[in-house]
Design a binder for this molecule. Structure first.
Ligand SMILES: [Zn+2]
Ligand SMILES: [Zn+2]
Length: 121
């Protein structure tokens, strides 16, 4: 029964404590890795969800895509300053039309799909 002596010697020399410690550390590391993986998966899921969400179709002129006509001109009513004070701060406004010439914001997904379908047809 040599192996019993080996175990006893290991125990005496602190080898056993080292072994137990190694196992404990390994278990803890595995647990931490699992947590990290779970965190990574959560972040990935969030990123995927954000990527799948269509961006707000808002143009560079800050107006919604719906305010632009087919040729891209913006029809949103805006206040056009007609008078300024000495600090170049507008004093009076007149209702006018946004002078945006082309919608430059993101295209809504439905429209992109529709265009692809029309291309194929
Ligand atoms: Zn615009
Ligand atoms: Zn506009």
């Amino acid at each position: 029964m040599n192996w019993i002596w080996l175990v006893v010697i290991l125990f005496w020399t602190g080898g056993f404590a080292w072994f137990a410690d190694t196992v404990r550390t390994a278990l803890r590391n595995r647990h931490e890795r699992k947590l990290e993986l779970m965190e990574a998966a959560k972040a990935e899921r969030l990123a995927v969800e954000t990527a799948h969400k269509p961006p707000e179709p808002v143009c560079g002129c800050t107006h919604h895509l719906a305010k632009h006509d087919k040729s891209g001109r913006c029809h949103e009513r805006v206040e056009v300053p007609t008078a300024w004070d000495e600090n170049k701060k507008p004093l009076r406004f007149e209702p006018g039309q946004c002078n945006c010439q082309q919608y430059v914001g993101p295209q809504p997904l439905s429209q992109v799909y529709a265009e692809e379908l029309t291309d194929r047809a």
